[in-house]
Write a protein that binds this ligand. Structure first.
Ligand code: ADP
Ligand code: MG
Length: 734
């Protein structure tokens, strides 16, 4: 981009109009309340007017797993879906699934069909229930030989069917699982569903074991795993985005000089949302409401150009699907507003990256949250026992959780002094920690009155202090009545960390259930049994509890002393996946088979290597085609200036000094670029763990050194000649 073009682009962007869209309204043009159109693009069989009362009852029984789906019912259901979807203008349907790419996949078929040469719309039961995408084109980690290309998608009744709307039509999306011909899970959803089933059964057993002599009506029938994902993202101008090959190819800038003003004034977080961004957020929310996604919170995040959207939590599987819908909706709406939505964990160096806080808890069939401390947490032994079990799960399986959130993007975030470290610890807060410390030593704990905050201003309402303070630095924090897994990356499919978390908790709880049952049989009181569990588990796992500053160097040293794993890179973390011993709890629970784990390990290694290779190739190209030519052009103008001055007998000292500096950096950059290129060549097509390690230990540091050199050039080469949008352009134009 020449100076002129760039100046014009900037100007256009300043003037970028706010997109006005049609807010849902009634026939008179009055805006509808959200509650009036919420869920209008989600199929709700209860509202179908072609299903009979009895049909609806039968379907309810199937959904709540009390009855199997019969062919007849499936036909009726498919017909009702077809009727609803086509009446709303849908022309196509697709099975919507989550292969191991981490994103979603779909293949559309038209409802339109020809019967006796007559045009009709059709959706058969088998089309609803089962699909047969070619599995060989999806990552499968070598789990099947290539000739066995068949894969199946299978309808997930627990997640609602929805309509995706584009400018020119609608598509019916049927959430499905994706398995191989031999029944191996080839997706993220299937293991998640298995882990939810396991945890629900195990937690129900726990609730019923400790409920004492409760009435039959209060028996816990199931436990819902609940999740709420706070989604962070960046918005950059679309025009500028396409001028950065690194953003286009890999979703992050591979270099960039940090602007003088970035986030140090702390004025962006919770600041007034810029108009153009607000218009984007409002359109996203309308789309989400129609899709039955309960968007709740929106705000500016810490970094300039960074924002957050959080929904109201829901059942884990639905929340995981909805998070995919949220990400896809944000990306498509952004384009309509002249933005590109960046979901990468670290689009820009030197400022905050993006995470996806996974809020997680369990609610029993009576509606009680298992992590609700109530007014007297110290006497709530069921609650304390559950927290102690979760601490023990992290103690046992923290490395697996670390692995579950690893990936090339998150590597830039974890331990980068702005996000949780790569050491997985638990934050409990002062009150809970004091309670556990007391019980762990067999002492009692007494609460000292209610904590009110004295604001010394009578006009203000009295605030009750929470049992936990906030801790932004902990990867896994207790936040009031849920745990918040904060180390999850913004682009992640939450199904993966949630599967591991559910399984880790199920593993410990399962063991404790046996202990409770045994001790009940010996005539012990429930409270005493729970106290024993709280004591033993906390004593065993207190080394993972840490309430201090997770960003500090001291914690890193302290964690090492405590023997906690610190798996810094994806290459380190993935080795855990190859370790049968550390996977045992997953196979024992039946969440993954050994071969499914192997598949995932292979796919994760392969994808890490591929992503990095794309980045390195992009970097090599940008250096050759953009950076070096710009620097050489600048050198040329300096040399000309020096010559001119020489001709009139002036000593061009400044020009010479600049030329020497630039020259030195250019030489280094070119040499490094060649080294990186040779390393890439040497690696060839290999995608194994050794290559992953070489990338993490040698190639990444080299590319970061190059990024520093480029940043120097960006800061020193004349603005007029710099060919790429800078952080200034990308972060401050909106
Ligand atoms: P924060 O202060 O952590 O940014 P937010 O209100 O932005 O809080 O997000 C908290 C998230 O936690 C929301 O998505 C909320 O619905 C979710 N949440 C609240 N309670 C639970 C629960 N019991 N289980 C799972 N998620 C929950
Ligand atoms: Mg949060």
């Amino acid at each position: 981009m020449t100076k002129k073009v760039r100046a014009k682009a900037k100007l256009d962007n300043y003037k970028a109009p706010t997109r006005v869209f049609n807010v849902p309204a009634d026939v008179n043009g009055n805006p509808l309340r959200v509650s009036e159109y919420y869920g209008e693009n989600v199929f709700d069989y209860k509202k179908s007017d072609i299903l009979t009362k009895q049909d609806k009852k039968d379907i309810q029984a199937v959904v709540s797993k009390n009855q199997d789906l019969t062919k007849d019912m499936a036909e009726k259901f498919a017909n009702a879906v077809l009727n609803w979807a086509t009446s709303k203008g849908a022309t196509h349907f697709t099975h919507w699934f989550q292969p191991l790419t981490g994103s979603t996949a779909e293949k559309h078929d038209a409802f339109f069909s020809l019967e006796n040469e007559q045009p009709v719309e059709r959706l058969s039961a088998s089309q609803l229930i089962q699909g047969e995408p070619d599995a060989s084109s999806f990552p499968h980690g070598g789990s099947r030989s290539t000739f066995e290309a068949r894969g199946y998608t299978s309808w997930d009744l627990s997640s609602p069917i929805f309509l995706r709307t584009n400018e020119n039509g609608k598509t019916l999306c049927i959430p499905t699982a994706f398995v191989s011909y031999h029944g191996d899970a080839l997706d993220i959803k299937t293991p998640l569903l298995r882990s939810i089933t396991q945890l629900s059964n195990i937690a129900s057993r726990f609730c019923n074991l400790v409920s004492g002599n409760k009435r039959e009506a209060e028996k816990v029938e199931y436990v819902d795993v609940t999740a709420g994902c706070e989604q962070e993202y960046f918005l950059v101008d679309k025009g500028l985005f396409f001028e950065r090959p690194d953003l286009v190819m890999g979703g992050r800038t591979l270099f960039g000089a940090i602007t003088s003003r970035n986030q140090q004034l702390e004025d962006h977080y919770f600041g007034t949302v810029p108009d153009r961004v607000m218009a984007f957020m409002q359109e996203v929310e309308v789309e989400l409401y129609k899709l039955g996604v309960p968007a709740k919170t929106r705000h500016n995040e810490v970094a300039p150009g960074q924002f957050e959207l959080a929904p109201i939590f829901g059942k884990a599987n639905v929340a995981a699907d909805q998070n995919q819908v949220i990400m896809a909706t944000m990306q498509s709406v952004a384009i309509r507003h002249g933005f590109v939505c960046l979901l990468h964990e670290k689009p820009f160096g030197g400022i905050n990256g993006s995470g996806k806080h996974l809020n997680w808890s369990m609610t029993d069939s009576n509606g009680d949250n298992l992590l609700e401390p109530t007014d007297a947490p110290h006497a709530n032994y069921r609650f304390l026992a559950v927290v102690a079990m979760i601490c023990e799960s992290i103690n046992r399986h923290g490395a697996n959780l670390r692995t579950a959130i690893s990936g090339h993007g998150n590597d830039h975030r974890l331990g980068a002094n702005e996000a949780p470290p790569s050491i997985i610890s638990v934050f409990l807060g002062d009150t809970l920690t004091a309670i556990f410390e007391a019980y762990a030593q067999g002492k009692s704990y007494s609460k000292e009155g209610e904590d009110f905050l004295d604001l010394r201003a009578d006009q203000l309402a009295r605030l009750v202090k929470d049992n936990t303070d906030r801790n932004r630095t902990s990867p896994f924090a207790f936040t009031g009545n849920k745990f918040e897994f904060r180390a999850v990356g913004s682009s992640a499919n939450v199904g993966i960390p949630m599967t591991i978390l559910n399984s880790a908790v199920a593993d410990v709880m399962n063991e404790m259930n046996d202990r409770i049952e045994k001790e009940l049989g010996e005539g012990k009181e429930v409270d005493d049994i729970l106290k024993g569990i709280i004591k033993d588990l906390y004593n065993n796992s207190s080394k993972v509890v840490f309430n201090g500053d997770g960003y500090s160097k001291e914690w890193e040293l302290e964690a090492e002393k405590r023997g906690l794993p610190n798996l810094r890179t994806t290459a380190d973390a993935l080795k855990i996946m190859a370790n049968d011993k550390s996977n045992e709890f997953l196979t024992k629970l039946g969440v993954y088979t050994p071969s499914e784990l192997e598949t995932r390990y292979n796919v994760r290694v392969e994808r890490y290597v591929k992503h990095r290779q794309i980045e390195f190739n992009t970097l090599v190209n940008m250096v050759n085609k953009d950076i070096l030519p710009a620097a050489i052009e600048y050198k040329k103008s300096l040399a000309e200036s020096i010559n001119l001055q020489k001709q009139v007998g002036v000593e061009a000292r400044v020009d010479l000094a600049i030329l020497r500096d630039i020259n030195e950096k250019v030489e280094q950059l070119r040499a490094d670029n060649e080294t990186l290129d040779k390393m890439l060549e040497a690696v060839g097509g290999r995608e194994d763990i050794e290559v992953a390690e070489k990338i993490a230990k040698e190639m990444m540091p080299l590319s970061e050194k190059m990024a520093d050199l480029i940043a120097y050039l960006e800061e020193n080469v004349s603005e007029e000649l710099w060919p790429l949008p800078t952080y200034y352009d990308l972060l401050f134009i909106r």
